[in-house]
Design a protein around this ligand. Sequence first.
Ligand SMILES: Cc1ncc(COP(=O)(O)O)c(C=O)c1O
Length: 472
Amino acid sequence: MDDKNLTQEQLIEWDRRFLWHPFTPMKSWMEKADPLIIVRGQGEFLFDLQGRRYIDGVSSLWCNVHGHGVKELDEAVRTQLNAIAHSTLLGLGNVPSIVLAKRLIDIAPAGLTRVFYSDDGSTAVEVACKMAFQYWRNVGQAQRTRFIAFHDAYHGDTLGAVSLGGIPAFHQVYQPLCFPVDRVAAPRLAAFSGLNAAVQESLGAQETLAPTWIPQMESLLARRPGQYVGIVVEPVIQGAGGMVMHPPGTLQRLRQFADAHDLLLICDEVLTGFGRTGRMFACDHENITPDLMCLSKGLTGGYMPLGATLTTDRIFAAFYADPKLGKTFYHGHTFTGHPLACAVAIASLDLFEQNRLLNQVATLAPVLWQQLNPLRDLRHVMDVRQTGLVAAIDIARDRRTGERFPAHWRVGGALCTAMRRRGVLLRPLADTLVIMPPLTIGLESLAQLTDAVVESVQMVEDIALHCEETNP
Ligand SMILES: Cc1ncc(COP(=O)(O)O)c(C=O)c1O
């Protein structure tokens, strides 16, 4: 079958008939008049079947780093393909997985010394979770079975990750299948504050909301002494929970809690890793080393699925024993350490250095902050916050009371649909708009992106009215 000449109508019809899209209410999807089908990408742009160009404003779900169609990354895949596409890591080695492990340890927070590969963000978290749990069994503390995590946390969709997750709309239904997790409130910056260094300087001291999570953490630890495996956190930014940004100092405080109670600190850097927050890893903002660190998304520059869980000598040593002692970590996937994915990840790390990408983020972040300024005066904007090249804008029906638009109106979605006409693709988290472009976005595109956001938010009343009429 020659599928090169398929028409747009045919593809849309097959999509509607044969596909089930992730995280998508399929009834709404079927009713969409004009679903977008992407055929090509170049730099920060995506192109649809009709050749229309869009700025990829959320980095293809928070993972694209260097843009699309990057010569060096394409070449790395081709070169590896000429050698071999895949061979297993169970009982064998492969060259790119070895080289990448060394490169990751070179740049990871000091003290992380081992890399365990998996397939994506969820499985990187699953590995951390099982490794942490088994660690305590291996060292003779089997009574440690519970985890502490944050409200509004998101760690992926496999069941361990769902157990750790704290977003009712996504996780509630699966509770009977999950292990118990104790939760504390998400630490939050006060409204209208930003975190990146340049912004901090211009604002003076950071305002932060009262850290209610600290007394909650203290009371949990007092109630169940010696029973916790560890604390799991999305460091600096809790992504899917609404781009909740933590006040500076939170990570250090977490590290102190973990040390004081001999808990493992598990940092899920699936979203924050690889430059997104302005540092290579979010942990670098506060110079802490977690006991386990989960990576994916930007690990391959957003080109291919790959997960990695990094850990310390202390954890590794607890599994390093004669097989008959039953301490082995019996976990792994068919495609663990996939050579193509590892090869492109190595090339991505090379580009970080060659293009001085972290400097680029330091230059762009204040520009983005400035460009989002006009939003702060708009009646329906409750908060604008930013860390590195991640910005979030909360839309409210009444910003003084914090009243949101009815969820089923899907105002955030309608705003993003309106932006498509301006050549910008965003995906909201309910009524929070998220801006997270590739780190290499050009100044002109950044301005087009933020203009589209400002213009659409200015029309939010008309858009909400339309939403009310179509989804009463
Ligand atoms: C912090 C965090 N952890 C884990 C995941 C899950 O990653 P994946 O979708 O690759 O399984 C995500 C995905 O958005 C995430 O943001």
